[in-house]
Design a protein around this ligand. Structure first.
Ligand code: GLU
Length: 556
């Protein structure tokens, strides 16, 4: 068979050779040990939380080694493509600060010299390599449709053509399959002349009885049975399958480490064969286990429909990107939390990310843990950072609240500064959504009495306490002076100011200074619990404090 003639028949429009293409994609010159990684999403759905994992791993491994991380859009399946998904992927990566050095940008743009970074624009490249495989007798056109193939297999219903398997089939079938694999030039010419479409199949020389030793960077040592299936390289419209595009693109783009979901592990044998047929060097692989969740007492895979699966939910609920990143790092490396405790102020990018510290089974997704990590992350922010984060979130999801925050920026920042900084910062919120209820009493429009002063105290006493404190309150008092005033009022109404004395003989008093403080707190904030009250009053300002005290007194 003259394979060159066959190649010309199938790909008359392809004039260039693989050598021409290799020239367009020069080898990267990078420092020793530098890793080139990528994230290669298909725009077939909106971004899943699980996608952040391989993306962050790939980003860390590249940037930690002085390498390159790029984004390639795998849009070869137009039937499954979801409108807006590509934009969502690009925006989500940017939002979570997963910065790539090359790749697809929004609005059909891209940057980098290894493009196009959208597979749909690389047709000619794939077909050039496909033509070469035909020239070398390693791939052949198959004009038999899937239905016809199905009909052919009397026993095994799969529409597959195999190198070895057909030996076990009944003789008639064997002959048919052999004919398909040994298609002659004349037969192909006849089909092409009739305008019949074909898929291009690899001509497998594999034997599944033989195993290739293989080391996956996460799964460890594996034995991969050789591929014996004549799988499809190009579909009838000339568009490559994932397998073929993966080999061609990761070779040309210089990927050193392929980080992808473990669902690709069963296809590895195909990829090993393809890289060999094409004469490409096999990259290193990391197959990431899926995220898990607890369901009762058993672990289950986190599915796309599960709470927590859609990345957009995190944004809507107001998890700051840095919290999500922290959580991803916590799940990725078992020693990250320990590092974080010792390095409270460092950006997570300074953590020495290591493949060795990754779990081989799926990491367990857990909202409580996420909230905990997020509270810690927010507690480390400055008031300015918190303000910026809340305003940005509120502008999108609670415009009224955003306006309120922006109406008096300094006021809002002073509230957000309460208990911030220092060794033990307050941990009041996990999400920006929590901020509004937390600070509502600072705004008259949002203020409401959630708690009321206990009925166990005499109303006249309570009234006295509130009105007297209103008379003496001075916003310039320091904490001590301020508290002395509360003690004085307490004593004058026979509420103990000395807690020891009170505990020794509670029956001698109407209550104690802590009760009095609580009355004031409820009057001013509407709640039994709040951060430091002296600070709260100072921020609220004299006028508002006195107004609230009087209103509470009058309501009695
Ligand atoms: N497009 C493939 C996917 O979305 C990419 C797998 C890979 O990273 O190679 O699953």
């Amino acid at each position: 068979m003259d394979y060159n003639k066959l190649a010309e028949l199938l790909f008359p429009h392809i004039k260039g050779t693989p050598e021409d293409i290799e020239e367009r994609f020069p080898r990267r010159t990078l420092p020793e040990g530098a890793k080139v990684t990528r994230i290669a999403p298909s725009p077939t759905g909106f971004m899943h939380f699980g996608t952040l994992f391989p993306a962050r791993i790939a980003e860390r491994l590249a940037h930690q080694s002085g390498g390159v991380f790029y984004l390639r859009i795998e849009d070869t399946d137009s039937k499954r493509e979801v409108k807006g998904a590509e934009k969502d992927i690009i925006e989500t990566l940017a939002y979570y600060q997963i910065h790539f050095d090359e790749g697809a940008l929004a609005d059909e743009k891209e940057f980098g010299i290894y493009g196009p970074y959208r597979q749909s624009q690389r047709g000619e490249i794939y077909q050039t390599y496909a033509k070469q495989l035909v020239r070398e007798g390693k791939a052949y056109p198959c004009f038999t449709t899937e239905e016809e193939l199905m009909a052919l297999h009397a026993t095994d219903k799969k529409a597959e053509i195999k190198n070895k398997d057909w030996h076990n089939n009944p003789d008639a079938e064997k002959e048919e399959i052999k004919k398909l694999r040994d298609i002659t030039y004349e037969q192909a010419e006849e089909e092409v002349a009739k305008g019949n479409p074909f898929v291009l199949r690899i001509l497998s020389d594999g034997d599944p009885e033989k195993k290739t030793p293989f080391v996956d960077l996460i799964k460890g040592k594996l034995e991969v049975p050789e591929n014996d299936e004549d799988f499809v390289l190009l579909k009838s419209d000339g568009i490559p399958t994932y397998h073929f595009a993966h080999a061609v693109d990761d070779h040309l783009m210089g990927t050193t480490h392929v980080i992808r979901g473990e669902e690709w592990l069963p296809s590895l044998a195909k990829h090993i064969m393809l890289f060999r047929y094409l004469g490409f060097r096999l990259p290193k692989y990391m197959h990431i286990a899926q995220l898990m969740k607890m369901e009762g007492n058993s672990k289950k895979k986190l599915s796309k429909r599960d709470n927590g699966a859609a990345v957009s939910d995190y944004r809507e609920n107001g998890y700051p990107p840095v919290s999500v990143n922290e959580y991803v790092m916590t799940l990725l490396n078992s020693n990250f939390e320990e590092w974080r405790m010792a390095n409270a102020d460092k950006p997570y990018t300074e953590f020495p990310f290591s493949i060795k510290k990754m779990s081989t089974s799926g990491a367990l997704f857990d909202f409580d843990k996420l909230n905990d990590v997020s509270k810690n992350a927010i507690s480390r922010m400055t008031a300015d950072e918190v303000y910026a984060g809340v305003v940005e979130w509120a502008e999108e999801y609670d415009a009224e609240f955003a306006d309120l925050l922006k109406a008096d920026e300094n006021y809002a920042k002073a509230i957000l500064a309460i208990g911030r900084g220092g060794k033990k910062p307050r941990k009041d919120f996990a999400v920006w959504k929590d901020v509004k209820p937390y600070m509502s009493y600072f705004y008259d429009g949002l203020f409401s009495a959630e708690d009321t002063i206990s009925d166990s105290f005499d109303k006249a006493d309570v009234k006295q306490i509130l009105t007297r404190f209103a008379e003496v309150y001075d916003e310039n008092d320091d904490n001590n002076t301020w508290f002395e005033k509360i003690k004085t009022i307490s004593e004058s109404l026979n509420f103990a100011s000395d807690m020891k004395a009170y505990k020794a003989n509670p029956e001698n008093y109407k209550g104690n200074v802590s009760d009095v403080s609580t009355m004031l707190r409820i009057a001013v904030t509407g709640r039994t619990n709040s951060p430091d009250m002296h600070e709260i009053m100072r921020i609220l300002g004299k006028e508002r404090v006195i107004d609230r005290l009087n209103k509470a007194a009058n309501a009695l």
